[in-house]
Write a protein that binds this ligand. Structure first.
Ligand code: WAQ
Ligand code: MG
Length: 258
């Protein structure tokens, strides 16, 4: 199996990234799809597209996805209120919650989006070595079979048009929550037109919140809340261990349909 990764930038700013784990025979098709994606992102045309194709040197970890919990909120004020409540219930101190929300609101890389994620301990310290790049979770994908299960479930809930975003975020969150030391993750997109985000945890699953920012807002990001991690091990596992989602755990709709 190979890891195929794409990232695109413009004027040194990150525009988009995506990746897959594939058999050798699929590399060309996947690369071509990733190049199309890089060229058609709403944030503009990149002046640099970086594609990496690499053999996997570590055995793949096969996992079942987190369950996808659908919540309904009317706007981003309600959405953030819900996110705060969920994170508190997961044991994240209020100080860390406020700090993480305000970082994502302002653009966590000194007024810009990060390429990767913030790691925050329960005292509110940022543990990622590079505060502009952050930590990039890498080497993960979903099998065709599990992706079909997810797609069919999303269709029933009227969300199939968000399949790509949801599937990629669910794969990433499933990997992040599977790593020892992660307590929870808070995420919303940095794409101006995409207002949805989530709070994910092993305890409660992937809780999707349709509004965590206003339409048009160009900022977003990810925060991994951690406790007692071995810094080096944690980062190596996030970046290097290949994780394949082989089963979709299902959808639970709370508070009616979106
Ligand atoms: N590893 C760590 N952080 C990442 C990665 C990665 N591989 N990819 C993106 N990020 C960070 C980075 O700071 C981006 O600015 C931020 O996350 C947002 O990335 O409907 O689309 O790709 O349920 O814009 C979540 C909701 C959508 C999906 C998330 O994120 C749904 C999304 P984006
Ligand atoms: Mg984005």
């Amino acid at each position: 199996m190979f890891s195929v990764r794409m990232r695109a930038e413009k004027n040194k700013k990150h525009i988009s990234g995506a990746e897959n784990l594939v058999e050798k025979t699929k590399i060309q098709t996947i690369v071509s799809g990733l190049v199309d994606r890089a060229l058609s992102h709403e944030k503009g045309e990149p002046d640099l597209i970086n594609i990496t194709v690499e053999t996997l040197k570590i055995p793949i970890k096969k996992v079942t996805s987190l369950p996808l919990i659908l919540m309904n909120v009317e706007n981003e004020t309600e959405g953030k209120k819900l996110a705060r409540k969920l994170l508190l219930e997961l044991g994240i101190p209020a100080l860390c919650i406020e700090k993480s929300i305000s970082l994502l609101e302002k653009g966590p890389a000194i007024g810009e989006n990060m390429r990767g994620a913030i790691i925050m301990d329960l005292k509110g310290n940022r543990l990622e070595t590079d505060k502009v790049r952050g930590i990039r979770v890498s080497r993960m994908d979903i099998t065709e079979e599990a992706a079909n299960e997810l797609f069919n479930a999303l269709s029933v809930s009227g969300l199939s048009s968000y399949f790509t975003n949801i599937s990629e975020a669910l794969i990433l969150a499933t990997k992040v929550e599977s790593v020892k030391g992660t307590i929870a993750e808070l995420c919303w997109s940095d794409d101006p037109s995409y207002t949805a985000g989530y709070v994910a945890s092993q305890k409660m699953g992937y809780i999707r919140i349709p509004h965590l920012k206003k339409k048009g807002d160009p900022f977003g990001g990810r925060v991994f809340f951690v406790n007692n991690i071995d810094h080096g091990k944690y980062i190596t596992e996030m970046e290097q261990t290949p994780v394949l989602v082989t089963k979709f755990r299902g959808i639970i709709e709370l508070f009616g349909k979106k």
